[in-house]
Design a protein around this ligand. Structure first.
Ligand code: AMP
Length: 299
């Protein structure tokens, strides 16, 4: 069994940014998250792809020590088409084709029911709830989502937030979900639902953690070469849960470290389209950026 179970999408993306475009590119919340987590431990992906999903994409995941045996194959692959304008912090969705995701039912095999660490990456909150119902007693659950689910499945999303240890939201989603312009208010409203901590991601400007009555502000890494921010949120979450699963320390000081690892990986991810950067970076490069982040926030 793997160290972390990641439920999310494995997709084909069409992406356009001010710096170029990529068609039929490997994407999906679980793909990015698992690639990022694989720097720390062995992840497994729980998802579905179509019969048309390129074998080389699945092989790449496998080559990163990711367990892909829980990825079902049926119908046509989930597709997402998005673009960014000059503010690269906000992805605009052109088209979402659910395809095989539409009839997807979560079915966790017996040997995975006592997995200890879970990342509920961005996917329908009903599927996230179904996964949690089937798992015995995971030690640590991190949850992510997106504006689409806030719009169409808010009730289910609020229910799954109540079962998570850490909730990840970007700033726009936090304002939208809790109907406030103030991020501190949004974080407090999120904590009132039950999670131990809330992380508000602020794109290139870093991330905020609210936990144990404390507040941590992680810097964004000052990147000059940003090509495609797709998957930055997912790789942030993957790096975070990967570090936590490796260290098995869920204390607030260690979550701060996990955030900085997540940010370091996400900043690398933005340097190229799709998973092209994630497949080439080394742990040494991640550590280097992690250490630079320490210097950035010292005063
Ligand atoms: P991020 O940039 O981290 O928010 O995630 C981008 C990835 O999310 C892309 O690779 C998409 O394939 C995937 N994605 C887009 N829409 C959805 C959705 N509704 N549910 C799950 N994953 C999605």
């Amino acid at each position: 069994m793997a160290d972390v179970l990641i439920l999310g999408t494995v997709a084909l993306d069409n992406i356009e940014t001010p710096f170029g475009k990529a068609d039929n590119a490997m994407g999906g919340s679980a793909s990015y998250a698992a690639m990022a987590a694989s720097f720390f431990c062995r992840p497994a992906i729980l998802s579905v792809v179509g019969e048309d999903y390129p074998k080389e994409h699945l092989k790449l995941l496998e080559s990163r020590n990711i367990d892909i045996s829980l990825i079902k194959k049926e119908g046509k692959s989930f597709r997402w088409e998005g673009y960014y304008e000059f503010d690269m912090n906000e992805a605009k969705t052109r088209k979402t084709e659910l395809n095989s995701l539409e009839g997807f039912k979560v079915n966790i095999p017996e040997n995975y029911k006592d997995v200890e660490h879970v990342f509920l990456a961005n996917i329908d909150p009903e599927l996230q709830l179904s996964a949690l119902k089937q798992l015995k007693k995971p030690e640590f659950i991190v949850l992510d989502t997106m504006n689409l689910w806030i719009n169409i499945k808010k009730k289910e999303l609020l229910e799954v937030i109540g079962k998570a240890d850490i909730l990840l939201l970007n700033d726009g989603e936090a304002r939208m979900l809790f109907n406030t312009t103030n991020l501190v208010t949004a974080a407090n409203k999120a904590l009132a639902l039950g999670p131990k901590g809330v992380i508000i991601k602020k794109g290139e400007h870093g991330a905020l953690l609210f936990m144990d009555g404390r507040h941590f502000s992680a810097p964004g890494y000052p990147l000059e070469n940003t090509k495609d921010p797709t998957g930055c949120g997912d790789s942030f979450g993957g790096g975070l849960i990967g570090h936590l699963a490796k260290t098995r320390d869920f204390s607030e000081p260690n979550i701060r470290k996990a955030i900085v690892y997540g940010s370091a990986i996400a900043s690398h991810n933005a340097e190229d389209f799709s998973v092209n950067r994630l497949k080439n970076i080394t742990m040494k490069e991640i550590e280097k950026r992690y250490n630079e982040m320490k210097e950035i926030r010292e005063f």
